[in-house]
Design a protein around this ligand. Structure first.
Ligand SMILES: Cc1cc2nc3c(=O)[nH]c(=O)nc-3n(C[C@H](O)[C@H](O)[C@H](O)COP(=O)(O)OP(=O)(O)OC[C@H]3O[C@@H](n4cnc5c(N)ncnc54)[C@H](O)[C@@H]3O)c2cc1C
Length: 337
């Protein structure tokens, strides 16, 4: 085990392992630290990942760990609990120190933050237990699996109207549960009627299940509506607890006036506001799918490597200049930079 790497990657899922792969293949020394809680861990399969359609998330990431290990990348289970900038390693003025939950302290020239997001769910009893199974959030991730079934849509945000219409494309049996009438105006109700979406104006008191299978919802009135699946929106909050020492905080992500979650802000190359710290995947883009997160990880890895190439060049040029200056001044033999 080393105590200094070119790059430390925080999070070893779609984004982090993809960054590590391109960095390992570029002959960088890389440590991936992964707490082992990918956002889609509860899902049976990861969909829309071309070439691996429907693969179990745990299997996809196991394959990824094997692939990066083949290029010398170290993957360590654990959690980064703190990170801060340093003065670099004497050659490169940019550097970082990170602390793992084991107490291990490791240095790196660059960081890639790929720690994902955590879903904050509507506070309805019984909903969390069904998250990713009977309760779904994404028509692209789970829609095919619930096609033609009786799908309930919990309208808890202004985006709920669009959510219901998305699920209506998958089944002609959709019921919208409107918990707050201000969220659904007359135009939306006309749209629901035109598309044959049933509307229930009542609160949802609990999600009901039997033997681990969702069976329906219980309304505020006490009525029970039988369902095969319930669509509900979460907010996806960036996992950045460790990043305060870097001066990084997540900002709100607002889509169509609706707060979707929070994320780190990055430039087109994936660099955050802190030089040398890159971010990829859901931590920077809460709507990104697995394959989009993997692509962003590759981009961040490419950018971090390019930055290191320039830093190595600057150090070599400085060394060469120092060598030629000494030679001119003293007539001594030139020392290679
Ligand atoms: C129920 C559900 C089903 C989904 N299904 C699909 C689907 O079918 N297809 C699809 O494309 N997308 C799907 N998604 C979205 C998918 O989960 C994300 O696109 C994807 O997980 C993002 O990858 P990521 O690498 O950015 O983050 P994650 O996969 O969340 O991985 C982040 C990793 O970083 C680790 N980590 C966090 N903090 C630290 C720390 N401080 N130190 C070390 N490690 C840390 C975590 O433990 C985790 O292992 C689904 C999402 C949910 C919620």
């Amino acid at each position: 085990m080393r105590d200094h790497y070119d790059v430390i990657v925080i999070g070893g899922s779609a984004a982090g392992l993809s960054a590590a792969l391109v960095l390992g293949r570029s002959r960088r020394s890389v440590l991936v630290v992964d707490a082992g809680e990918p956002r889609n861990a509860v899902a049976e399969g990861a969909h829309n990942y071309l070439g691996r359609e429907g693969v179990a998330p745990s299997e996809l990431y196991r394959i990824g760990r094997d692939e990066v290990a083949a290029y010398g990348v170290e993957v360590q289970p654990g959690r980064i609990v703190a990170a801060s900038p340093t003065d670099g390693d004497g050659v490169d003025p940019v550097g970082f120190s990170v602390t793992l939950d084991s107490g291990r302290v490791v240095a790196a020239r660059r960081l890639v933050v790929a720690s994902g997001a955590v879903d904050v769910l509507p506070k309805v009893p019984g909903l969390a237990e069904q998250w990713g199974r009977g309760v779904v959030h994404c028509p692209f991730c789970h829609g095919w699996e619930v096609r033609d079934q009786h799908i309930g849509v919990l309208v808890t945000t202004p985006n709920g109207v669009h959510h219901a219409l998305m699920f209506r494309a998958l089944s002609d049996r959709v019921t919208a549960f409107v918990t707050d009438p201000t969220l659904v105006d007359d135009t939306a109700r006309e749209g629901f009627a035109a598309r044959g979406i049933r509307v229930v104006d009542d609160s949802v008191r609990r999600v009901r299940s039997s033997d681990g299978v969702l069976t329906g919802v219980e309304l505020g009135s006490g009525e029970v509506v039988a369902l095969d699946a319930l669509a509900a929106a979460s907010t996806a909050e960036a996992r950045v607890d460790f990043a305060a020492g870097l001066g990084l905080t997540a900002s709100d992500v607002v889509v169509n006036g609706f707060r979707f979650g929070s994320a780190l802000t990055v430039d087109a190359a994936g660099q955050t506001a802190v030089r040398g710290v890159y971010a990829a995947g859901n931590v920077a883009a809460p709507m990104a799918t697995v394959i989009a997160s993997a692509a962003a990880g590759v981009q961040a890895g490419v950018a971090a490597h390019g930055d290191l190439v320039q830093a190595d060049l600057a150090a070599a040029l400085a060394g060469a200049a120092a060598g030629s200056g000494a030679a001119a001044g003293s007539g001594a033999a030139r020392v290679s930079g």
